[in-house]
Ligand binder design. Structure first.
Ligand SMILES: [Zn+2]
Length: 284
């Protein structure tokens, strides 16, 4: 029995894998603002799912950058009460088994690269436009080695741009196109925004972000996912792809840009893939 989770800025998904290969219908709960409540819910759900069986591994993503040892959330505008709490240790104490934590976007990207739109590709860049903006580089089915995590939402698009709500530095990508910033700017839920100019402009700004992803990460495939990308108008994806082609001129040929295909459970797929990779190392 393995416990998988994906703690997003808004929604948490929890699932159990009995065999380490598949997981059952995930449970969705709103992510509690309180760390204690979130931890208790996770432990209670895990124990309820497991019944009298032992949980042998726990793996999950959480919205925000982690500390270097992947034991706690290091910073988060969406979940401030979770920051610096001993999350890994608390889960180890509750389940008495190995626990693996990762940035949520990194696990979604890993899931998409291995079980979703990226199957068969060696170097995949995953970009999510959701409550925030994030991404990950996946190489040969693994999260690429990194010292501090990937934070492409905080790349600078305009040095004279508005201050990022998270870092208070100018012109970060997330400040233009994340669900949080669209909602703040247009005073409505992003899914209610129908003005085509808003989406066209968002697509244009995102294509600059993808230009930077391309020149730094050199992927064979770029996958676009996240709630805003999935639930926004269909043209948002197509326009992003078109602007990307108009923006990136340094290469004779560009990689494919595809939509994510695993819906909102990509993070659970990634958590399971990572759990298997980590347990293999742990056991040898
Ligand atoms: Zn920022």
């Amino acid at each position: 029995m393995y416990l998988l989770f994906d703690i997003g800025g808004t929604t948490t998904r929890i699932a159990i894998s009995k065999d380490g290969r598949q997981f059952v219908e995930p449970k969705y709960v709103p992510t509690p603002a309180s760390y204690r409540e979130g931890l208790d819910a996770l432990i209670a759900t895990g124990k309820h799912f497991a019944g009298d069986k032992k949980i042998e591994g726990v793996s999950g993503g959480i919205a925000g950058p982690l500390d270097a040892a992947h034991t706690t959330l290091a910073n988060s505008p969406h979940l401030p009460d979770w920051v610096d709490k001993p999350f890994k240790r608390d889960l180890e104490k509750a389940f008495r088994c190995p626990v693996y934590l990762e940035n949520d976007a990194a696990f979604v990207g890993l899931g998409e690269a291995t079980d979703g739109a990226g199957r068969g590709f060696g170097i995949v860049a995953y970009v999510t436009v959701s409550t925030g903006v994030g991404g990950v580089r996946i190489v040969d089915g693994k999260i690429d080695r990194n010292a501090y995590g990937f934070e492409i939402g905080h790349q600078i698009i305009d040095i004279n741009g508005p201050l990022c709500a998270t870092c208070a530095m100018p012109g970060h990508l997330e400040e233009y196109i994340s669900g949080t910033s669209l909602e703040r700017k247009y005073k409505m839920r992003p899914s209610d925004i129908t003005d085509p100019d808003v989406w066209r402009e968002s697509a244009r700004v995102l294509s600059y972000g993808l230009n930077n992803v391309m020149v730094h990460w050199s992927p064979e495939l770029i996958i676009l996912g996240g709630a805003i990308m999935r639930k926004g108008p269909r043209e948002f994806f197509q326009q992003t792809r078109d602007y990307f082609e108009q923006t990136v001129k340094i290469y004779p040929k560009l990689p494919r840009v595809e939509r994510s295909v695993l819906g909102d459970i990509g993070g659970l797929h990634g958590a399971l893939v990572h759990l298997n990779q980590s347990l293999e190392k742990y056991r040898t």
